[in-house]
Design a protein around this ligand. Structure first.
Ligand code: HEM
Length: 534
């Protein structure tokens, strides 16, 4: 009933404001053309007032469309609305979000909002109404069952275009995305992913950098160097060697890569306002990263470079017939997709291991089955407890902690409507929907009362569905999932074979900065005791 009343009121509002705007415009046109007013009520028309009423008219039209869609689509009900103090622009929510972001508790803020609104609600972001959800059924609809309704647009796409280029797999949708995915897929299907030789070389370099004297150090930075070295080696057959002897070119690339990654999210948040805030450094660094990738692509295309390994991702992509530009954008996507996500996950894991002696002890017991041998790929997969520990890390500290999609057309989400949030929800075309993986992975109704605790043992019985999406799900599921898991399992196993104890290097609480991936504030400081120190 309230939907019908609201719909009628919105329709009436639309009719009144629309008529006034149209009439004022006509009055002005007729006056200019004939020097005569159109009606005797001319003096009540005003172009200024019409301009002010235009956004009101647009808002009422959208509201009418939402209410009408809700009424006409069987079972749909209205979703909760965040109780804005400023419902026009939502400045209050923006201010809270910026404050929370600065205090490293943005994810907790969204968590509280979702808890207060039964898992789904509307909020106003500078005049644009957006959905926030942590409902597994909604996430499944967005990523899988209604995949075509929900392309990757808006902020996330803008970030990708800015940093990776227009052809990058993260920047495109529809046929272009199918094409990009098909181009990359063969690189990941090969059993070379299970070939640990390349990873092993970089793990050796990583282990060599770890202090053996029990001194505290920041493992976070070394992990980012490790993932960059290993990614570039797999992609180009040339490693940045940041852990050993980086070239000038590699250091320049790393500096540029870090800068554009940290600033791109903020730049994309500005939308078109970005034109008013040019950042020369950003543009320069984008060129630096492109030059770096270009250089290696050109070498491969000219086949000047002797193959150091039989299998290099770049050569596989080139074989697909892709243009130089496409190869560059995809390779850069793969480096971006792989470097920070894996490093962030492993940093969180080290932080936890330094504070969970029980987990560490169990892990070391399991690893001791290898009798000090380096694990093979099959052995890695059989280290059950290690696999559970990694799953639990990806649950609590999923590096891609939230994500967003945009409704391409009017569509329906299965949950979020009605007072209990369990009815279907009509979603108008153009709506941005943000989903919080952070909240989803910590929901007590889905994970039990100990959802906030790090408890790898839960994975003995838990068979996850859409309540667990560290690698996303559906057709756009992370293409590098197996590659990433193998690298991480291998590195952790080798560290535990080399060091018998991990201790915290400071008393700092774990805090994460939210960018395109999570990064640990202040790094991850630990102390290690080598096995031979008995
Ligand atoms: C812990 C490690 C990783 C995590 C948690 C992770 C997570 C994710 C997530 C959540 C997505 C979906 C993004 C979206 O739809 O907006 C994604 C996509 C993707 N990831 Fe990963 N990722 C990891 C490692 C890697 C690695 C190592 C690579 C490459 C070597 C990689 C390459 C990609 C690519 C290319 C996509 C885009 C797929 C598409 O759009 O079709 N990822 N990843």
């Amino acid at each position: 009933m309230s939907v019908i009343v609201g719909e009628l009121a919105a329709l009436l509002g639309c009719a009144l404001t629309g008529t006034y705007i149209l009439w004022s415009a006509l009055e002005r046109i007729v006056l200019v053309a004939t020097n005569q007013p159109l009606t005797p009520f001319f003096r009540y028309s005003s172009l200024g007032a019409a301009l002010v009423l235009l956004p009101v008219f647009t808002a009422l039209r959208k509201k009418h469309h939402y209410l009408n869609g809700t009424r006409l689509n069987n079972g749909c009900q209205l979703a909760a609305v965040y109780p804005h103090r400023d419902p026009v622009l939502g400045i209050d929510f923006l201010r809270n979000s910026v404050k929370a972001l600065k205090e490293y508790r943005l994810l907790e803020l969204w968590d509280a909002v979702l808890a207060a609104h039964k898992g789904t609600c509307w909020y106003n972001a500078l005049g644009r109404w957006m959905l926030l959800t942590s409902e597994p059924d909604n996430i499944k609809a967005i990523l899988s069952t209604h995949f075509d309704d929900w392309p990757m647009k808006s902020l996330r796409q803008q970030v990708s275009v800015l940093t990776l280029g227009p052809h990058a797999i993260f920047s495109v949708n529809g046929p272009e995305w199918h094409h990009a995915r098909a181009m990359i897929r063969p690189s990941f299907l090969r059993n070379q992913i299970a070939d640990l030789e390349c990873t092993d070389r970089h793990v050796d370099n990583f282990l060599a950098r770890l202090p053996r004297d029990g001194g505290r150090f920041d493992v976070d930075r070394l992990l980012y160097h490790f993932t960059m070295d290993v990614s570039t080696d797999f992609m180009f057959g040339y490693s940045t060697s940041l852990l050993t002897s980086p070239t000038e070119e590699a250091l320049e690339f790393m500096t540029a890569f870090d800068y554009i990654l940290t600033t791109s999210t903020n730049r994309a948040r500005l939308g078109w306002l970005v034109l008013l805030r040019p950042d020369r450094q950003f543009d320069e660094y984008v060129k630096t990263t492109q030059r770096f990738v270009d250089h290696h692509v050109s070498q491969a295309l000219a086949q000047e470079k002797e193959k150091e390994r039989p299998y290099i991702f770049m050569n596989e992509i080139i074989k697909s017939g892709a243009s130089h530009r496409e190869v560059r954008d995809q390779l850069f996507s793969l480096i971006l997709g792989g470097r920070d996500t894996s490093a962030s996950t492993m940093a969180s894991l080290f932080y936890v291991l330094a504070r969970k002696p029980d987990v560490l002890r169990k892990l070391r017991e399991e690893i001791s089955q290898l009798d000090g041998r380096k694990p093979t790929w099959e052995e890695l997969k059989n280290l059950k407890y290690l696999n559970m520990v990694l799953k639990e890390t990806l649950r609590l500290y999923a590096p891609v902690a939230s994500n967003m999609r945009t409704a391409e057309r009017d569509t329906i989400l299965p949950r979020g409507g009605g007072p209990d949030g369990q009815s279907p929800l009509f979603v108008p075309k153009g709506t941005d929907c943000r989903y919080s993986t952070y909240t989803l992975h910590r929901r007590k109704d889905l994970w039990g009362p100990d959802a906030d605790d790090f408890r790898p043992e839960r994975w003995e019985t838990h068979r996850p569905g859409w309540e667990y999406i560290p690698f996303s799900g559906g057709p756009r599921i992370c293409i590098g999932q197996q590659f990433a898991l193998t690298q991480m399992l291998y590195l952790i196993a080798r560290v535990l074979q080399t060091f018998k104890d991990i201790q915290p290097g400071n008393d700092e609480p774990m805090r994460h900065q939210v960018g395109s991936t999570l990064s640990m504030v202040g790094g991850c400081w630990i102390r290690l005791t080598p096995v031979e120190a008995d």
